[in-house]
Design a protein around this ligand. Structure first.
Ligand SMILES: [Zn+2]
Length: 134
C-alpha cells in the first residue's frame, strides 16, 4: 500500500471504526460482508433494518461510514457503488470532520428551504452535479 493511500485510510479511520462497530451486529445476524476495491460492503436484512431507522434521513437504501458501505442488498450495492465510492473519497478528504461537515451542509440546505439530502453539497458531488468540495 502506498503511503498516501495508507494516510487516507488513517485519516478516515474514525468513521470506519463507527462502520465496523455497526458491522458486527449486522454480520452476527446473517448480514453479508464483502471487500471490493479496499471498501467493505455490508448488506442483509439487519443492514436494511438499520438503514430504515437512521435519524433524520431514514429510510435510505445505502450509507457510507469511512471505508464501510451498508446497503439493503447486493443489488443496491451494485446500483449505488459509484455514488457511495464518492462518499468514501469525501471521507478520505475530510476525515473526522466529514460527519460534522455533512450535517452542517444538511442544516444549511434546510435553512435555504431545500431538501437536506438533495440540497446537500456532498450529495450533489456524489450525484455528479457539482465539482469537488474541498
Ligand atoms: Zn449519498
Amino acid at each position: 500500500m502506498k503511503p498516501v493511500v495508507l494516510l487516507r485510510y488513517i485519516w478516515a479511520s474514525p468513521n470506519t471504526v463507527l462502520g465496523l462497530i455497526l458491522t458486527f451486529p449486522v454480520c452476527m445476524t446473517g448480514g453479508r460482508i464483502r471487500r471490493i476495491d479496499g471498501v467493505l460492503e455490508i448488506s442483509g436484512r439487519s443492514a436494511a433494518w438499520m438503514l430504515h431507522r437512521i435519524p433524520f434521513v431514514a429510510p435510505v437504501s445505502a450509507m457510507t461510514l469511512g471505508h464501510v458501505v451498508f446497503a439493503v442488498d447486493e443489488a443496491v450495492h451494485e446500483q449505488w457503488r459509484e455514488h457511495e465510492r464518492m462518499h468514501v473519497r469525501q471521507y478520505e478528504r475530510w476525515g473526522p470532520l466529514f460527519i460534522p461537515a455533512y450535517l452542517a451542509c444538511y442544516i444549511a440546505a434546510r435553512l435555504r428551504g431545500e431538501d437536506g439530502y438533495y440540497g446537500n453539497r456532498f450529495e450533489a458531488e456524489a450525484f455528479g452535479h457539482e465539482r469537488r468540495i474541498t
